[in-house]
Ligand binder design. Structure first.
Ligand code: ZN
Length: 230
């Protein structure tokens, strides 16, 4: 069960969400937020009413797609909900649910990263095979005229050079893929409250965190965490 966060909405400066319009009461309504998809709007006996989808309400659950109106004032949904969620985040401490979602993403990221960081064995086998071929070639020609020794050597060396190109190319490509993977996940692998990035840590470390490592953040990641003393 998520904790309830109450946010006051109105014209008064001490409201958590200040809306400046003459038709809005000093304390017009409050938002009861349990989670990002469970928000209730409760009218606080406002003079001009609170409306959800053109219907005057006392209390109603709202979604980001609903048409809201406070008195005569119609807020822009995008900025209204953004501000609501920002206030919600700064007022709560328990981020265990958000953290569990983050950990699911982290597990996917770690799996992909591990797969990319495994040494590519293909080119190494190819290199050893070519080297064996080169040695065999030299042995075969060593019985013959010495002048011919020159040609297999050229072939061998050019072969190795070509292979070196393949090897370096694949490593460059791998680094590019790792960078792209980090870019894709960096936005989500963060503290759900203060956005401190976790991407440079290993999954094992992140799984064991019970609170944010940032001293200025009081986010708790495990609600029923046990405090163990050694
Ligand atoms: Zn934090």
């Amino acid at each position: 069960m998520d904790e309830k966060i109450n946010l006051t909405i109105g014209r008064a400066a001490n409201c958590e969400l200040v809306l400046t319009d003459k038709s809005i009461s000093r304390i017009h309504a409050k938002a009861e937020i349990y989670y990002y998809d469970k928000i209730f709007l409760v009218d606080q006996n406002s003079a001009n009413g609170t409306f959800v989808n053109n219907k005057r309400i006392k209390k109603a659950q709202i979604k980001t797609t609903d048409k809201l109106k406070f008195g005569e004032y119609i807020p822009d949904n995008k900025s209204f909900f953004k501000e609501l969620f920002n206030r919600y985040k700064s007022n709560k401490n328990d981020f265990s649910r958000e953290y569990d979602h983050m950990l699911e993403q982290f597990a996917k990221y770690q799996k992909k990263l591990d797969a990319l960081q495994d040494n590519p064995k293909g080119p190494l086998y190819l290199k050893l095979g070519l080297l064996a071929g080169f040695i065999g070639f030299m042995i075969f020609f060593s019985d013959r005229i010495d002048q011919r020794f020159f040609y297999p050597m050229i072939i061998g060396i050019s072969g190795l050079t070509l292979l070196g190109g393949i090897f370096t190319g694949s490593r460059g490509n791998r680094n590019k893929k790792i960078a792209e993977l980090k870019m894709d996940y960096d936005r989500v692998l963060r503290c759900p409250k203060c956005n401190t990035p976790f991407i440079s840590k290993h999954l094992v470390m992140v799984e064991r965190m019970s609170e944010c490592s940032n001293d200025n953040c009081n986010a708790l990641y495990k609600k029923d965490r046990e405090v163990r003393t050694l």
